[in-house]
Design a protein around this ligand. Sequence first.
Ligand code: ATP
Ligand code: MG
Length: 181
Amino acid sequence: MQGTNKPLILLYTGNGKGKTTAAMGQLMRAFGHGAKCAVAQFIKDDPEKLDIGEYRTAKTLGVAWKNFGCGFTWEGDNDKVNAELAKKGWEQVKRWISTGAFEMIVLDEFTYALSLGYLDTEQVCIWIEDHKGKNDFPHLVITGRDAPPRLLAIADMVSEIVEIKHHLTRTGRKSEAMIEF
Ligand code: ATP
Ligand code: MG
């Protein structure tokens, strides 16, 4: 592995399309340098069931990948289940970080776990601040809309993706393989 610099918190937020794909591109770049990589997805349901392309690729490469969500928060009991799973997901991420097993971890749609109050933003940010200086802390790539200001403050890089136009808006076109999943 070439990258021996201090770990970075990279955050992709905003309403435009491209946050998750940016994170996956970052992971692909790191993987190419021999980095051990992991993905924790919040909110999103089983990627096997949903036939997610980036998940398939990650599995082929041997990237660790776990989901901690059950889908849209406004459907049925999902909000409650997503909240419980988000807590488990954050515990998993902390274990991954503490064992030093990975050099890059993607926390996809993680901002929702904070903005929806599933996790305490202050506690999460304090934990990251307290551990970031330790040996083997990985680069964290975080995605999701409405990133809380406290998270913006601890991130080293924040890109806000602004929607100029989107092909699914007012076209009747549905989400499709290769483009959306
Ligand atoms: P992608 O996964 O393509 O990088 P994203 O992570 O930025 O997109 P999310 O906010 O996580 O987008 O939304 C999930 C899905 O909703 C994506 O498949 C994306 O294409 C779609 N999407 C994102 N922005 C819009 C929009 N403005 N209108 C309709 N669909 C959108
Ligand atoms: Mg996304």
